[in-house]
Design a protein around this ligand. Sequence first.
Ligand SMILES: Cc1cc2nc3c(=O)[nH]c(=O)nc-3n(C[C@H](O)[C@H](O)[C@H](O)COP(=O)(O)O)c2cc1C
Length: 463
Amino acid sequence: MSPTIAVIYHSRRGTVRALAALAAEGARETGAEVRLLRVADDAASAGDWPERIAEPEDVLHADGLVLAAPTYYGMVSSPFKRFLESTSPLWGQGLLADRVATCVTASTQRHGGREATLTSLHHTLTHWGCWVAGADPGDPVTLAAGGTPYGLVADNSKGMPGAAEQTAARALGRRLAELTARAHPEGRRLRGPAPEQRTVLATPGGLRGAGAVSGDLPPAAPPSTAPPPGTSAAPPGPGMPLRPVRLTVVYHGEDAATRILAQEAAAAARALGAGVRLRCVAREGASRDADWLGPRATPAGAEDIAWADAVLFGAPARLGALAAPLLEFIQSLAPTDTAPGPLWGKPAGGFTVVPTPHAGAETALLDLGHMLLHTGAVLVPPGYTDPSVEAAGGNPYGTSWSLTEGPLPTPEATAAAAHQGRRTVLAGDLLRRSPAMAPAPDLVTPPTPPGPVGPAASVGSTV
Ligand SMILES: Cc1cc2nc3c(=O)[nH]c(=O)nc-3n(C[C@H](O)[C@H](O)[C@H](O)COP(=O)(O)O)c2cc1C
């Protein structure tokens, strides 16, 4: 069953509507069922467009979303914001999580707030618990349209978007629909919450509730019909064994808190049956030797990211951003002219440790999200998809711990990290690019119960 995509726009002069319509066409080309909808606008200058006015329930009934709004003073227009806010009752019930979503904007000035508008839309999507996808950073179509991986930005200084932007809008709609089809292989949302969805993924209602995640390894995604660029993996044939889904957790941290959050996420993924690699990056100036990294920690390499179906990154926040060694490692994963990079198309997210509660707990993770979109990854943030998120301080962008509260994370914080580990690995299972083939024996990590909290946790050595 094909997924349902809602393309929801606000437009007064027609630029954003044109882009939204093209994104809708691109999505339709994949076989998705697409609704093009406008938000209500009571201004005298409102466009007189024929599309139906979007209702909050249109978000509820969609598997994928394209949010398209003009840039007004560096953010989304107020009619669009009003629409976003009208979803509050559904959000409050946890019903908006796990849509795959992307964003579109237009503005007059080339640098008049377009990227700010897209990223602020990402914030809302993160609060909903959606997965955020951008444009394919390695696609020449993206580059021709200005190269943003955050979605699509277009120029309306000449009245309408140019040819390159129109092509990019169509490509963005196609990419979004393809990712949505992989994340929602049955178009399940249309039929309501099938019981098995609660163990596979948070739909609808996210991973809320104690029973949301069973200990079972969820069924694997069906084979992708078209391998992504740079891959040649054949899909598995009927009856072929599926290997366990793989998560790599990469952290940088001299503090025990970061390491514990990493270990908790890794342990929770292992408890679901995933193969897990827990890896470190060295601090500045430190040799990557076993003395500093600890006896069981292994330095991270690009091959650990290539191996994984999903990836989590964690580090202390410094000056509002994740510590430099981790950022440097992520930068090494960028696409090149000839290859998409090892994070391309994979779910990813992060966690952080801050010196004081508001010294970057949000900004560090938001910046990480921007970086990850440059690698072609799909952001799978926690949102408010589990009570543990609220209990740990309510950071929907990723798990965070403040050292003001103590040197070691509380059980509430480690529970949030565990939830993030489970959520990321479940997303990896759905989006894995080569859901194929039994793995080499040394790549399989058998399921084990979560290890103890603290530096002595047993997941330090994985595969
Ligand atoms: C209230 C208002 C605020 C605006 N703010 C910005 C801005 O911050 N930066 C910018 O480049 N353009 C700004 N613009 C121009 C709009 O972004 C541009 O007209 C819009 O993208 C047109 O979209 P539409 O054709 O779909 O209505 C603003 C326009 C209005 C009406």
